[in-house]
Design a protein around this ligand. Sequence first.
Ligand SMILES: NC(=O)c1ccc[n+]([C@@H]2O[C@H](COP(=O)([O-])OP(=O)(O)OC[C@H]3O[C@@H](n4cnc5c(N)ncnc54)[C@H](O)[C@@H]3O)[C@@H](O)[C@H]2O)c1
Length: 414
Amino acid sequence: MESLKLKQENMLLNKRICVIGLGYIGLPTAALLANRGYSVCGVDIVESTVDTINQGKIHIVEPDLDTFVKGAVNSGKLKAKTNPEYADIFIIAVPTPFHEGFVPNIDYVIEATKAIASYIQDGNLIILESTSPVGTTNLVEKTLQDMGVDTSNIYIAHCPERVLPGQIMRELVENDRIVGGTTPNATKKAANFYKTFVKGEVLETDAKTAEMAKLTENSFRDVNIAFANELSILCDKFGIDVWELIKLANRHPRVNILQPGAGVGGHCIAVDPWFIVYAAKDDAKIIKSAREVNTYKTEWVIEKIKNVVNEFQLKNSTKPKVAIMGLAFKPDIDDLRESPALYIAKRLNDELENIVCVEPNISLDTKLKGNIKDLSLVSIEDSLNSDIVVFLVAHKEFKELKLDNALDFCGVLQ
Ligand SMILES: NC(=O)c1ccc[n+]([C@@H]2O[C@H](COP(=O)([O-])OP(=O)(O)OC[C@H]3O[C@@H](n4cnc5c(N)ncnc54)[C@H](O)[C@@H]3O)[C@@H](O)[C@H]2O)c1
């Protein structure tokens, strides 16, 4: 029995895998699979990404990923290309953002599907890992059919990724995975593949349920954060300390309220609930409200800061220096994607004078780069002589600061 299992595993390991999209999800997955013995071809449309990986180096920041990529490239098990090639298993891990007006953008998924169409052969397994609106996996199949591919002997499944940046290499292996195929056979095939490298449980369902499960997980987080954010606004109105209130309410054995903040950011929680709302505007009432509450909280914070600035000005007849503490979308990372703190800093910088920003996770040298180039990035020390200090992100470096009269929107001084 044991030797049969080993034989089956070895048969799987002989398979060739093509991973489309070599970003935060695709590259760790490709490198992990190559280290497990699979022959992996990683594909990305960005040439510099492909070149970097083929040198055994990485273009994104993620602990331990460099070791995995170096090992995989040196052993010859991982190579990167700008075009797909024939394989047994195709994994699609391309971005799924939204267009203007929160309309889901699955263009990258469709482009990636079209790119692999001419390399698909009978018996192939195609797995969509990108977070996707319900129905996208079926659309992958339809796209292939429209390209002339006979999909009757092809297996297509969705397996959403739920790793936490910063712990991706560990969570890729340890997390439970949901696998849903467009047919029961596709589900089985995909589940058997994940079982060769996942230590967590591999849970089988259909494609639509798997798609909705991922959107549900992120909407759950969004709704619960919205509850905390709404409480923070109510408490401000009633003159109550929201942090104390939540601590007290959480002593109820079945209550677990999350912490409020300056809004909700990142490329997942602030994006994915819109995929549900777009598909069911009239019925996704709580999910839509939660998105609106979390977006409103950011505007509310801006108004609060502006009011304090105005009061200072009236009292002192001079414009205050304002320090914005934290730009990332959550504590202790450098990721600025969809960050409410960055949005607030930019708005205040546009509308007021004397704004300085502190982001301990971003080197001061990078201040000229990208979307923070217009902001004045300073060290913690250089911010402390400001007239008004505003905490937006609870980075660990801020926790040691002892400041009276700071505006704390993230509970870092608690
Ligand atoms: N990053 C996370 O923590 C995380 C967690 C869970 C789920 N996801 C989901 O996984 C998917 C991928 O996210 P990511 O963070 O890896 O994105 P990313 O932007 O880091 O990487 C995507 C890569 O795909 C490449 N690409 C785009 N179109 C391509 C094409 N047609 N062919 C080949 N390459 C192409 C891009 O150049 C890029 O390198 C998204 O749906 C995301 O929502 C991400």
